[in-house]
Design a protein around this ligand. Structure first.
Ligand code: PXG
Length: 288
């Protein structure tokens, strides 16, 4: 496998970064997870815009243009003969002396991995996931904006561990008001009385690229969609629930905290959304 690392395509065994990289020492860096479908990179511009926003928020000046990053992504996919897969783009603060200060790092590093990913076993895409609510709360936006896709994922990892300990593959994280924010690596949607509802960014949801796609799909299929505050009670009593993310794509949820959602089967709105999503990913991308 070839990895793009700071301007070169190198073998994965040679793709190494320094122990003095602040991305590793302090989680000081940002990333994007992107999908490749049939040789098209899905919503590449939107991912690169979010990367630029994350960079701006952490005062990291990207020394590469959007075009240069985009070309590097396409070159990495081509070098690996990949037409369908998952692209992990990471920008770290770079190498610097010990100490938190980002000014110790003169040059950011960039690397790109283009590989396969299977977030959940296939059967759950057909039968649905059983998930739980965990005690670990979503980071307060006053501490770290959930809009920044930073290399600090311990908050989500702790929640994932709790889910696993409860025998579930994914978890709902509440914000510090006790409202539903999102899952550990996915956004959440509920369907109630014919409307699709999802928590807002203000309530701690990452503005997912897949989430944005669901808004476009809802318009296309003529189903009302809106951001709405929600509690666990609202999710337990939803007609349907589904999760979205670049890794997960679109996956139904049939049980939360031991309560069956609807009739405990993936529902008709989910089926329509999934079909529209499958059509869209093949036509909306940037050719590699
Ligand atoms: N919320 C969180 C906390 C995420 O990390 C999403 C929502 C969905 O956003 P997108 O833009 O992907 O629709 C994410 C996405 C990985 C990986 O291991 C990262 C994510 C999702 C799945 C896998 O690289 N982050």
């Amino acid at each position: 496998m070839k990895i793009y690392l700071d301007g070169n395509l190198v073998d994965s065994a040679e793709a190494k970064i320094s122990v003095f990289d602040h991305g590793l020492l302090y989680g000081d860096g940002i990333f994007e997870g992107i999908r490749l479908y049939g040789g098209n990179v899905f919503r590449l511009d939107e991912h690169l815009e979010r990367l630029e926003y994350s960079a701006k928020a952490i005062l990291l000046k990207l020394p590469w243009s959007r075009k240069e990053i985009s070309d590097a992504i396409c070159a990495t996919c081509r070098a690996n003969g990949l037409t369908d897969g998952y692209i992990r783009l990471v920008v770290t603060r770079g190498v610097g002396d010990l100490g938190l200060s980002p000014w110790l790092c003169p040059k950011p590093s960039i690397f790109i991995i283009a590989d396969k990913i299977a977030l959940y076993p296939k059967e759950h895409y057909e039968k649905g996931l059983e998930i739980v609510t965990v005690a670990t709360r979503r980071m307060n936006p006053a501490a770290l904006s959930p809009a920044i896709k930073s290399l600090n994922y311990l908050n989500n990892i702790m929640a994932k561990i709790e889910a696993r300990q409860a025998g579930a593959l994914e978890a709902i994280m509440l914000n510090d008001q006790g409202l539903v924010a999102e899952c550990t690596g996915d956004n959440i949607f509920i369907v109630h009385k014919g409307r699709i509802l999802t928590p807002s960014a203000q309530q701690g949801a990452l503005q997912g690229i897949t989430r944005d796609t669901i808004f476009a799909i809802a318009k296309e299929i003529g189903v009302a969609i809106e951001e709405h505050d929600m509690t666990r009670y609202d999710v337990w009593n939803a007609d349907e629930v589904f999760l979205t993310g670049t890794g997960a794509e679109v996956i139904p949820v049939v049980k939360l905290d031991g309560r069956e959602i609807g009739d405990a089967k993936p529902g008709p709105v989910f089926a329509k959304v999934l079909a529209a999503f499958r059509r869209r990913v093949l036509v909306e991308g940037t050719r590699i």
